[in-house]
Design a protein around this ligand. Structure first.
Ligand code: IPE
Ligand code: IPE
Ligand code: MG
Length: 240
């Protein structure tokens, strides 16, 4: 039995974006609306991530980058941060799930700022899934776009690259996403209309899709709507 019901699309020859990025926002409000603690929202958001990643794999998305924890999210109450870290732990211990489905898992962000045991689990999850040939999932954890650029500049200087040799390609090859293309479509649910420090370099020509739905309520149909909308866009890249 098919896991997801079939849905019509704008056209059979529609383009599935190679790289979709999602800001998984709205967990706290989702929980609050149900009279639950914010932490319950993060658990629901984590489940939703698995569902949407599987759906992306099914429809042939090549790269999915998800924003899971920003460099600014450490500002939250300790109890909430601790719960989010525990959700990562549980998720990572269970990450062989994805391997069975041929999904590769990698992380972007500053791993050195993560609790040591989680950083090790991240390394292991990457190693375990490295030969998967289906969807490539990049999870942004302790990620900030500005922090990413700071690290890139440091690496460029440390490598002794001289000022005259610095160009856009040099910068693109020193950021976390150096191995894969920029996102064609960036989705932000939860009714906020901002990047919140997500992929600020990479988003230069991305298409944006916003929705009021809170992340734990996001469905494959919402993703289909975003892809249909993407197919209506006229991407000019500064040309005519
Ligand atoms: C996104 O949901 C998850 C993280 C930032 C870790 P939020 O926790 O930001 O949910 P809202 O925006 O408060 O509803
Ligand atoms: C962005 O959401 C980070 C993640 C979804 C992981 P935030 O909830 O942290 O963003 P702001 O504070 O509303 O800008
Ligand atoms: Mg939020």
């Amino acid at each position: 039995m098919a896991l997801f019901k079939k849905r019509r699309s704008v056209a059979d020859d529609r383009k599935i974006p190679d790289h979709i990025a999602i800001i998984m926002d709205g967990n706290g409000r989702w929980a609050k609306n149900r009279g639950l603690p914010r932490t319950a929202g993060h658990a629901a958001g984590s489940k939703k991530f698995k569902e949407i990643a599987r759906y992306c794999n099914k429809i042939g998305v090549k790269y999915l980058t998800v924003y899971a924890f920003s460099t600014e999210n450490w500002r939250r109450p300790k109890e909430e941060v601790d719960t989010i870290m525990n959700i990562f732990r549980d998720y990572l211990k269970d990450s062989t799930n994805f391997k069975k489905e041929n999904i590769m898992l990698k992380f972007i962000g500053d791993r050195s700022g993560m609790p040591e045991d989680i950083a090790e689990l991240m390394n292991k999850a990457e190693f375990d899934s490295k030969d998967a040939t289906g969807l490539k999932v990049y999870m942004a954890i302790n990620y900030g776009g500005r922090d990413e650029l700071v690290h890139a500049v440091r690496d460029i200087v440390n490598e002794g690259i001289s000022a005259k040799d610095i160009n856009e390609d040099v910068i693109s090859s020193h950021i976390y996403t150096k191995d894969y293309p920029d996102p064609e479509l960036i989705i932000r649910p939860s009714g906020e209309y901002r990047l919140s420090n997500f992929l600020i370099w990479q988003a230069a020509y991305s298409e944006f899709w916003f929705s009021n739905v809170l992340w734990p309520d996001f469905t494959p149909d919402d993703l289909e709507r975003a892809i249909d909308d993407f197919n209506m866009r006229n991407r000019r890249f500064g040309g005519v």
